[in-house]
Design a protein around this ligand. Structure first.
Ligand SMILES: [Zn+2]
Length: 364
């Protein structure tokens, strides 16, 4: 739905681990099969490769050197946001706040069939009658969380970028000694010869007490296994397109809970790993078109669409912002307008928009 881009929210976010985190990497030649496991064991014996590695990406460092850096894939962050959004929606309206994305109808209590499965069934029924579902029907029959995060029949309208190291990351002063290796093979794929660390305490690669933790494995074999963790800061961006005002309200709740540092990501959540804190540094709202809001107003797409009611879009706006100064950083692009807000202004906006979410979800 919404082929035209009407409005967009962009959030700049810093992520600070509140302890060690681990987003697991699968080695290139590592599969579930016996051969893959054998490869892994070989590298483990030979180089001391940890059993679990942090996911890496090759990037150019500030000094111009290309290196393998730890990062948090956008899909992991999006998954974290989605499952927390589901919790929020379920709290506001246990029966209708959200579907259960894994719900296949077999769960005995409370959980709803996933929208993907429900829509698939409805589409097939209509197909049998030679008819089909319109994009409007798909949007309005999806639960609030699917309307933002998408499902098998509906495109997501939120994008989360991969989170990369903050620019403060710099090479280590004294690199650790090189790994023992055979001739011409001193550098296994996961090892970054240009070892470095971030100013906020992250350190790679392993072979240091800071970065490595050891735990016993399953109760059966009591085998020790080791893994890499990381504590340095990251930076990411979230983009939400064609938002309704209650979507902004959900972003407000998500931003608040991220800033409290209680959400966990990645491996070992029940071992105390993965706690992160996310802070909105700057927010930018862009409106496209010729009929545009004043600087003390927030418009959801209902104000900008001619056929909004067909989509079941809440017609609530515009929202008048109190305590937000006239935007002097406003940019007029001819076909649209950009408003920029600092962290505090965004908090004021989101607190105001939060009421729309509560009202919308509770009345479903
Ligand atoms: Zn859903």
């Amino acid at each position: 739905m919404h082929k035209a881009l009407l409005n967009q929210l962009l959030l700049d976010i810093s992520i600070e681990p509140q302890g060690p985190i681990l987003i697991k990497e699968r080695a290139p030649d590592e599969g579930e099969d016996a051969a893959g496991k054998e490869q892994k064991k070989k590298r483990n014996d030979k180089y001391g490769e940890p059993d679990m590695l942090f996911v890496r990406i090759e990037r150019r460092a500030p000094g111009g050197v290309s290196r393998l850096e730890p990062f948090i894939p956008g899909s992991s962050l999006k998954g974290l946001l989605r499952s927390h959004a589901e919790r929020i929606a379920r709290t506001l309206n246990p029966a209708n706040g959200t579907c259960d994305p894994l719900g296949d109808g077999s769960t005995p209590f409370g959980m709803r069939l996933s929208c993907s499965r429900k829509l698939d069934k409805q589409k097939k029924e209509l197909q049998a009658k030679g008819s089909k579902m319109s994009p409007q029907e798909i949007y309005s029959s999806s639960c609030p969380i699917c309307r933002i995060f998408g499902n098998a029949s509906l495109r997501s309208r939120i994008d989360v970028d991969d989170a990369y190291l903050a620019v403060t990351a710099s090479p280590v002063v004294q690199p650790p000694p090189p790994l023992p290796g055979e001739q011409g093979d001193t550098s296994p794929w996961w090892w970054d010869a240009n070892a470095w660390q971030s100013a906020d305490g992250g350190y790679f690669p392993k072979r240091t007490n800071v970065a490595i933790d050891r735990f016993t494995g399953g109760a059966k074999d009591k085998a020790l296994f080791d893994y890499e963790t990381w504590r340095g800061g990251f930076h990411t961006r979230i983009v939400l397109r064609n938002f309704e005002l209650w979507h902004l309200g959900l972003m407000a709740f998500l931003a608040r809970d991220l800033s409290r540092g209680v959400l966990r990501i990645g491996y070992g959540k029940n071992r105390g790993l993965g706690r992160i804190k996310g802070m909105v540094k700057e927010a930018e709202i862009t409106y496209y078109g010729r009929d545009l809001p004043k600087s003390n107003e927030l418009w959801g797409i209902d104000k900008m669409m001619v056929d909004g009611n067909k989509y079941g879009i809440a017609t609530k706006g515009p929202l008048t912002l109190k305590g937000i100064p006239q935007m002097d950083a406003m940019e007029d692009m001819g076909y649209g307008r950009v408003y920029r807000y600092d962290a505090q202004e965004f908090e004021t906006i989101s607190r105001t928009a939060a009421q729309y979410l509560v009202e919308f979800i509770q009345n479903l």
